[in-house]
Design a binder for this molecule. Sequence first.
Ligand code: UDP
Ligand code: MG
Length: 229
Amino acid sequence: MKITYSIIAPIYNEIDNLPELYRRVKKVMDSSGEPWELLLVDDGSTDGSTEGIRELAQKDKTVRPIIFARNFGHQVAITAGWDYARGDAIIIIDADLQDPPETILELAKKWKEGYEVVYAVRGEREGESWFKKFTAAMFYRLIYSITDVKIPVDTGDFRLMDRKVVNVLKQMKERHRFPRGMSAWVGFKQIGVKYKRAARVAGVTKYPFSKMLNILDSLQRAFPSLPFQ
Ligand code: UDP
Ligand code: MG
């Protein structure tokens, strides 16, 4: 069957979020009236998420499991999702429900108007520490000011991309990957949609400060003129 929407959720130890993620994505996507699939990418979880994903996939064929042999990182999980997605529109969403699945329909509306990359811009942010908000705000503004590619500020990986954009991204062979930067770099007709970033439903952030520094390292490799190191 032809799939319209592929939803990719990278998952690292999100066992308590899985049932609610599945329930809300299913409710929203069924209401679109179009065929969809949910790709759950298990990035080396050790909390039982792997078994949880397999179980969901067994019960519902719209759920497709991709299971990693170890933790490779969020960016690699997204890349695997791109490789396996079969839809005409590909959506990346966090598994902790900070990105509300209901917003997918708003992204899809812009896609139907002809936009090829519809990125979700974080307006308000709920349930995050001042430190997280401050480092995030600094991060986006620093990147914006020093890179040639204008990566939209306050924008994570939550976005919808047309099949033709993902086909281009799949050809990019960078080893240190920064999906939101790559999707800004490729061009195409792009637009932002504002949304309210919710608090995590369960669990804690998998992005301690050390992992945020790793992202800066990937950026340094992608753009050697950047002043970190
Ligand atoms: N994640 C992942 N691999 C990792 C770290 C995170 O797949 O090594 C997933 C995580 O399960 C979540 C998404 O990436 O679905 C975003 O992570 P998180 O919510 O911890 O980041 P934050 O929202 O705090 O920036
Ligand atoms: Mg989160």
